[in-house]
Ligand binder design. Structure first.
Ligand code: SAH
Ligand code: SF4
Length: 399
């Protein structure tokens, strides 16, 4: 193997005492976690690996990262020592920082993750859902949409997450669950749902890239049929989602007529129910084995009457569908209440009798605000003008 070694930074650090090394001379090490194979190839090329060998080296590193969950270049025994040393100088295998980890009385785990200053988002692991454990991942910090019953909807969009930040959520959960290497036997984490913070279809490029990585059978290996993307109804992106990702589709429906849906999911004013249903029916690959999930949050006195259950059945006619009834999860400041259990069961019975599976989702992790719609981080988008003022003030401050 021919590699050009540039260990100058390392030598400088070793030769000088720490006090004499100016911090700005230290190389900025970047993490390889979350990179695609092509991006890893670019990274090894940049380290001077011969172009002929770059792909193979990238494949080796990729497998260490996504199949073995490696956290240290030292374990990469099929890669020469020189290249490992060089990797160590310029890169890390760090995950973004977990700033808070909470475990609910019911076993649900929630991580608050910070990937950059002011970029904080939540990921939730829900164990034992029908013998499978689902990881609920975020696609954005905050959300541009303002569904009135959703806590995330009260947090302005800070920014889209990158594919690397989405994949890192899975890596962090796997680390915590101790599920490396990536074997399929007896895993606790079997499914991924894009039901955390944000609207995935407003960040489709990064979501699709993340799904390619997560579903790759040589790495993390969670198949596309086990990945569900939930949308509040971004109609023009629904078909594209199917074509690009092959993921399962979930629709946050919550109402069966436009007047009510306009209030609960304001995006409905842009893409009303008739257009939404047409887009759903055209979802690529839809059949009885690949059904759409309709999420329906149960709001007391708002959308939970028997006549609304019948309207729901009518709306779903001809769609391979299942319904998920979600008891409303309260959050500080909300005006909504959760429907009574009797009302939810009566609603479920009507939908069930029409031939649709309509499980009532047991609220999980409510004690740690990890249940559906309770996620929110303190990150705020600083207006550019304010950020500029802050930078100028900092520059003026005598040290
Ligand atoms: N933005 C996407 C995905 C994230 S929301 C979407 O809206 O589909 C995940 C699910 O939780 C959605 O079905 C959403 O409507 C639901 N949800 C939001 N707030 C809720 C709450 N307070 N209680 C129960 N479900 C809620
Ligand atoms: Fe955004 Fe989904 Fe919450 Fe609506 S329900 S505000 S789309 S995260």
């Amino acid at each position: 193997m021919t590699v050009t070694l540039d260990l100058s930074h390392r030598r400088a650090a070793a030769a000088d005492s720490p006090a004499t090394v100016a911090p700005e001379t230290a190389p900025a090490r970047t993490s390889l976690v979350g990179l695609t194979l092509d991006e890893m190839r670019e990274a090894v090329l940049a380290l001077g690996v011969e172009p002929k060998k770059a792909k193979m080296r990238a494949q080796q590193i990729w497998r260490w990262v996504y199949f073995f969950g490696a956290r240290d270049f030292g374990v990469m025994t099929d890669i020469g020592k020189d290249l490992r040393a060089l990797l160590e100088v310029h890169h890390t295998l760090d995950r973004p920082e977990v700033i808070e980890r909470l475990v609910s009385a019911d076993g649900t785990r929630k991580w608050l993750i910070r990937s950059a200053p002011g970029v904080e988002f939540e990921t939730v692991f829900i164990p034992d859902v029908a013998r499978s454990g689902a990881l609920c991942v975020s696609s954005q910090v905050g959300c541009t949409l303002t569904c009135t019953f959703c806590h995330t909807g009260t947090q302005k969009l800070v920014r889209n997450l990158t594919a690397a930040e989405i994949v890192a959520q899975v890596m962090i959960a796997r680390d915590d669950l101790d599920e490396w290497p990536s074997t399929t036997d007896g895993r606790a984490l079997t499914n991924i749902v894009f039901m955390g913070m944000g609207e995935p279809l407003y960040n489709l490029d990064e979501v699709a890239k993340a799904i390619d990585l997560i579903s790759d059978g040589e790495g993390i290996s969670i198949g596309r049929r086990r990945i569900t993307v939930s949308t509040s109804g971004v109609v023009p992106k629904i078909e594209e989602l199917g074509n690009r990702t092959g993921a399962m589709l979930a629709i946050s429906l919550h109402a069966t007529n436009d007047a009510l849906r306009d209030v609960l999911v304001p995006l409905n004013k842009k893409y009303p129910l008739a257009e939404l249903m047409a887009a759903i029916k055209a979802y690529p690959g839809l059949n009885n084995a690949k059904r759409v999930t309709f999420e329906y949050v149960m709001l007391k006195g708002v959308n939970d009457s028997p006549s609304e259950a019948r309207a729901l059945v009518k709306l779903l006619a001809g769609v391979p569908a299942k319904v998920n009834l979600i008891p409303f999860n309260p959050w500080p400041g909300t005006a909504y209440e959760c429907s009574d259990w009797k009302t939810i069961h009566a609603f479920a019975d009507i939908v069930n009798r029409a031939g649709y599976s309509a499980p009532i989702r047991t609220p999980r992790g409510r004690d740690i605000l990890a249940a559906c719609g309770q996620l929110r981080s303190e990150s705020v988008k600083t207006r550019a003008s304010v950020a500029l003022k802050e930078r100028l003030a900092a520059a003026d401050t005598p040290t």
